[in-house]
Write a protein that binds this ligand. Structure first.
Ligand code: ZN
Length: 381
């Protein structure tokens, strides 16, 4: 393909320069429109067709760019947004790509705007005439918050590629499964009153104690019942994140709140977690009527797995000369799997994601371009 776009590093710079923070905090949450427009321009220059999709009721956008038509092909997916950053902990400007000591610094260099720079550079060096099946690039919105971009796209697309590669920073390891994430808050309402006369008052901390005992039993149950040998921590994890309650030693505690999360393995689906939790809390809720309220925090993400025996997994394992493995963090794969078998594979280490001074080690550059070229050749040429 004749190169009409800037160099790899110049593209990389231009992508990092545009802030695309997504956050639950509306005062720092940004639209990704400028970024999507820039990406669309680059892919248009490479003769890709562009489709831009507005996520309903938001100022966020997905982009699907495609080259070639017909059945099958390959879809590369990446998210356009980054997490927020703390100015005081960054040694360089997070929006200025900085190269130093074999590392490339900037917010989103690995998680995961950089993936688009790799894709553009790789595609621009491939002979266009060889491409027989579609190459798709999906750029999603809001991965760092509610994953609404990937959710919306997967519900509304008709494309049917043979395989999807999500370019999250896996250190170029092939990932076929990951854990999910659900989080909850329990508000417990007791009575208010003076501590000297607490005999007929209900103290919310005492109810919390009962609830925590039940939840620890649930934790033991799911850890005994569910296990997956491919994960470094083989069972689902459950963690209490916070407990808050009371205001003074001489008052009966009227409100106590507990937050906790569960990170399920693929065999434990979100629906089952919901059922188990309700069952766990049923008796205690009946005992303390109208005092215990459970609610979901944030947006739940299911665990994900594509069998190692799946022919797509075997094909890519052979192509990349590596075995697939698992990670403990979440991706958009559980939503994208509705479209096609999905694997996760991308440059940079997750250890640097969401950290100040995020960087890509330059040793990833050459192998990433090789892998992307091989994938396109295998699936589309
Ligand atoms: Zn990411």
């Amino acid at each position: 393909m004749k190169k009409k776009i800037p160099s790899f590093i110049d593209i990389y710079k231009s992508l990092i320069k545009i802030p695309t923070i997504s956050s639950e905090n509306k005062t720092i949450d940004l639209s990704n429109k400028t970024f999507i427009d820039l990406l669309s321009n680059y892919f248009s220059e490479l003769n890709f067709e562009i489709e831009i999709q507005n996520i309903p009721n938001t100022n966020k956008f997905n982009m699907l760019s495609s080259f070639g038509s017909g059945q099958g092909g390959l879809l590369f997916s990446g998210h356009t947004d980054t997490v927020d950053f703390d100015e005081n902990t960054w040694k360089t400007d997070p929006f200025k790509l900085t190269q130093k000591n074999d590392k490339i610094y900037g917010l989103g260099v690995i998680d995961m705007k950089g993936f688009f720079a790799f894709l553009l550079d790789t595609i621009s060096s491939i002979n266009i005439k060889k491409i027989k099946k579609p190459v798709y690039i999906l750029a999603t919105a809001n991965e760092e918050t509610d994953m609404s971009g990937a959710r919306y796209f997967s519900e509304n697309t008709k494309i049917k590629p043979d395989c999807i590669i999500v370019g999250e920073p896996t250190s170029l390891k092939l990932i076929n499964a990951h854990k999910g994430h659900v989080s909850y808050k329990i508000d417990i309402f007791g009575d208010a009153g003076h501590s000297s006369d607490s005999s007929n008052k209900m103290n919310s901390i005492e109810i919390a104690y009962e609830i925590i005992k039940q939840l620890i039993n649930l934790k033991k149950y799911i850890q005994k019942k569910y296990s997956h040998k491919d994960f470094s921590i083989a069972h689902p994890t459950m963690n209490f994140g916070s407990i808050q309650g009371g205001s003074a030693i001489n008052r009966v505690c009227s409100l106590c709140s507990i937050t906790f999360e569960i990170r399920p393995i693929p065999q434990l689906n979100l629906n089952t977690i919901e059922i188990l939790l309700k069952k766990t809390l049923k008796q205690i809720k009946e005992k303390f009527e109208n005092r215990i309220f459970l609610k979901n925090l944030f947006f739940s993400i299911p665990a994900y797995e594509i069998s190692k025996k799946h022919n797509i997994v075997k094909t890519i394992e052979n192509l990349c000369n590596m075995n697939s493995s698992t990670v403990n963090y979440c991706t958009e794969a559980p939503f994208l799997k509705k479209i096609a078998p999905t694997l996760i594979l991308g440059p940079g280490s997750i250890d640097q994601a969401h950290h100040p001074n995020e960087y890509l080690h330059c040793s990833f550059i050459k192998p990433t371009k090789n892998i992307l070229t091989n994938l396109i050749t295998k699936f589309c040429c």
